[in-house]
Design a protein around this ligand. Structure first.
Ligand code: MG
Length: 245
């Protein structure tokens, strides 16, 4: 069931989103050649504590870290650890925070040092596809309008959208209905004022197929190609979505 939030509930999510955006800015600035991904996990924990929010992903279904750090051919759910970021890597940071019982969720992909033209294009296209999806997120439209806008945008640039993982409603739970695929699937749910959604295209430079790493968490491109990920939490507000983070 799709949950409609009250203005008061959205106000909490707005506050949570502002804090999460500030944390993500801090993390973005730390991505550089030589940083160990575990250091990003420590920063996520420290910044969350300092700002009064709880990292949403820690222990979620057993996830062992405070954020997801996915490098190069890792699509999502990378576990920060001993890996050291190298010049030319692209690093996806996926973060969630909870405040007063409500979650927000966001992701970015950042280049470390000088990156290839392909990596640069992939990052720009993934971010652009998120914007094109959000442009469809208006009251009276359908989830399918968001999905098809994202897929059309990505495929017009000769990249591919991941099928097995999708965006989602977000609020009291980190994952609520409806699912928001990044590909054409039909109409889906009607978008109404008060819905809060995490829209999150995952885009591969090569084929869309994925595989699961031995750690049973990290999702990789099946063909070893690069992957990027951008995510905003939005509220359906009327003629224009409000970006909460
Ligand atoms: Mg999400």
């Amino acid at each position: 069931m799709v949950i409609i939030k009250s203005d008061e509930e959205i106000a909490i999510m707005r506050k949570c989103g502002k804090i999460l955006a500030a944390i993500l800015d801090r993390l973005r600035a730390e991505v550089r050649p030589g940083i160990k991904t575990a250091q990003l996990d420590i920063i996520m924990a420290e910044e969350s504590k300092k700002r009064g929010v709880i990292p949403s992903f820690k222990n979620y279904r057993g996830f062992p870290a405070n954020l997801c750090v996915s490098v190069n051919d890792e699509i999502v759910h990378g576990i920060p650890g001993e890996r050291i970021v190298q010049e030319g890597d692209i690093v996806s940071l996926d973060v969630g925070a909870r405040l007063n019982g409500f979650h927000t969720d966001a992701a970015i992909t950042v280049g470390a040092g000088r990156i290839s033209k392909e990596a640069e294009d992939l990052i720009a296209v993934t971010e652009g596809s998120l914007e094109s999806g959000i442009a469809q997120a208006i009251s009276g439209a359908w989830v399918g309008d968001i999905s098809s806008a994202i897929q059309r945008y990505v495929e017009s640039k000769r990249f591919s959208v991941v099928r097995e993982y999708t965006g989602h409603g977000v609020g009291r739970d980190l994952h609520e209905e409806p699912q928001i695929p990044n590909f054409v699937f039909g109409k889906g749910s009607l978008l109404r004022k008060g819905m809060t959604l995490a829209i999150e295209p995952m885009v591969n430079a090569g084929d869309w197929h994925t595989k699961l790493a031995a750690n049973q968490w990290t999702v990789l491109t099946a063909d070893g190609s690069l992957s990027a990920h951008f995510e905003h939490t939005i509220a359906i507000a009327g003629n224009e979505a409000e970006i909460l983070v």
